[in-house]
Design a protein around this ligand. Sequence first.
Ligand code: KIV
Length: 273
Amino acid sequence: MNLTQHTVQSLQQSKTNQEKISMLTCYDSTFAWLVEQSHIDIILVGDSGSMTLMGYPDTTHASIDMMVSMTGAVRRGASKKFIVADLPFLAHRQGIQHAIQCVDNLIKAGANAIKIEGLDGHAHIIADIIESGVPVMGHLGLTPQSVHSLGYRVQGKAPEQADRIMNQALQLESLGCFALVLECVPNRVAAQITQELKIPVIGIGAGAEVDGQVLVLQDVLGMNPTFKPKFVRHFLDGAQLMLGAFNQFHEQVQSQNYPTNEESYHLESNKAP
Ligand code: KIV
C-alpha cells in the first residue's frame, strides 16, 4: 500500500491538484496505529477527546496536560502521519509566553502543527506562533470552545455573519495559517471561502465544496448510535459490533468455552512429548 506522508507543502499541493484531504480525530495509541495504516491524510488530536475519551460535556474541559498526553500517545501509535493537535480552551488567551509554552509541549509530544480556534483578540498570538516556525491551522464557524456564548449552532446563515467569517478566513490566511477548518457553516458560504483562499479549507458540517473533510473517530465508527447530527455519517455500526464481542466474551466465560486448553499455559511436565 502506498501511503502518503504529508507535510504542510504536500497538503497545499493537494489543494492545487484538487485532491480532497481527509482528516480524522484520534486520541490514543491503539487507534493511531490503525489510522497509520489507512489512507487518512491527517490525524487531528482534537480537544473533542475531552468528551469522547474523558466524558466531559464539552471541550472547555480539555487541559494542556490532557492534550499533551493524548498527542504523545497518538504519535507513539502513528510514527509517520501528519498530526495536528488542538491548543485547548484559553491556552492562547493567557499571553504569548503561556501560549508558546503550550505549543512547545504539544510539538515535543509529537504534533506537526497546532490548531487554534477563532481569531479576534489573539491574532497576534497566532502570528507569533507561525513566526516561531510552527504551522497553524485556523478554525472558524462553530468553534466548540465558545459553546457557552455561541451554542452548537450553524454559523454564517445571516449575510453579515457570513461576511465576518469570510473576513476572518482571509485574515488567518494572511497571518500565514497553512489550512483552515470550517465547522457548521452553510455550504454556499464554505464554497465561497474555499474559492477565495489559497490554503486548504477542511470542512465539518460545511458541505461538499471544500478541500477536505474532518470527522470525529467515534462518529465515523458509529460508537454512539444516538449521536447523529446532520453532517455525521456512521461508516460502521461500531457500537453493535463491539457490544456483540463483549457479550460473546461474557457468554463464553459463563459456558466455560473460554479459555480452551490451547489458550492456557501448561507445566513443563504436562507438555506433550
Ligand atoms: O476537536 C475536534 O474534534 C475538532 C473537530 C471538530 C474539527 O476540532
